[in-house]
Design a protein around this ligand. Structure first.
Ligand SMILES: [Zn+2]
Length: 232
């Protein structure tokens, strides 16, 4: 691994291993750092934006379904504008005051989300996530579920890329809706497209010159492009 940024050969290998993992875990493999699972969700999103942005010309483009009609809505941002809107989230704990209680909290991580998802329904998952991230409450809170709105707001403020909501207006039927932008899923799709293109290039050059996959990927993008121009 080279400082967290994968080489093309490492990307192909990471993609291959990631396909054996659950879908939610796959994007983390692209970061090439073992602590990714324990970073705040928005910090992971920022790293994925930088990594996958290199493969998409710095654009985040995705399609969402209109909830009211068959129209498909195109959503587009630049990586730069998404990163500019998000300061680095705290990796340790932080405190907020809530109705006379002092709450010590930490931001959710991908590991927390994965554990919460095993709780079953969304409400149970939300309670499970709160349990993980509420480090202390002084004095103790009788009904922790009451904290959810205040805690969610405090987390969103400190980790804006943790949950990215996009306001959309359907051009066909005028319905206004709010959709969540799934940055890890976008990053994985970008990696998948990139790897499949690389493997297509390996296939063409291997057939033309008899080179191995490692040799083709080892050429680097410019020499590979020059050889590809020679191949009919
Ligand atoms: Zn519509």
């Amino acid at each position: 691994m080279t400082g967290g940024r994968l080489t093309e050969a490492e990307l192909v290998s990471a993609w291959d291993h990631a396909l054996d993992r659950p879908a939610a875990h796959r994007p983390l493999v692209l970061l090439g750092r073992p602590d990714a699972e324990r970073l705040p969700v928005g910090a992971v999103a920022a790293l994925l934006l930088r990594t996958a942005g290199d493969w998409t010309g710095g654009r985040v483009e995705t399609i969402m379904d209109c909830p009211a009609c068959p129209e498909r809505l195109e959503v587009g941002f630049t990586v730069a504008e998404l990163l500019a809107a998000a300061p680095s989230p705290p990796t340790g704990t932080f405190t907020i005051d809530w109705r006379g209680h002092r709450l010590t909290l930490r931001l959710p991580t991908p590991a927390d989300l994965a554990e919460a998802a095993r709780a079953g329904d969304p409400a149970a998952a939300e309670r499970r996530l709160l349990q993980s991230c509420l480090v202390a409450a002084e004095p103790p809170v009788a009904e922790p579920a009451d904290l959810l709105p205040a805690v969610s707001a405090a987390m969103a403020e400190r980790d804006p890329l943790g949950v990215v909501a996009v306001a959309l207006t359907c051009p066909a039927c005028g319905t206004e809706t709010e959709a969540l932008l799934d940055l890890p899923a976008w990053a994985w799709q970008a990696a998948d497209a990139r790897v499949r293109r690389l493997l297509g290039e390996v296939h063409r050059l291997a057939r033309a010159y008899g080179w191995s996959e490692a040799e083709v990927l080892g050429l680097g993008p410019h020499r590979r492009a020059a050889y590809l121009e020679q191949v009919p």
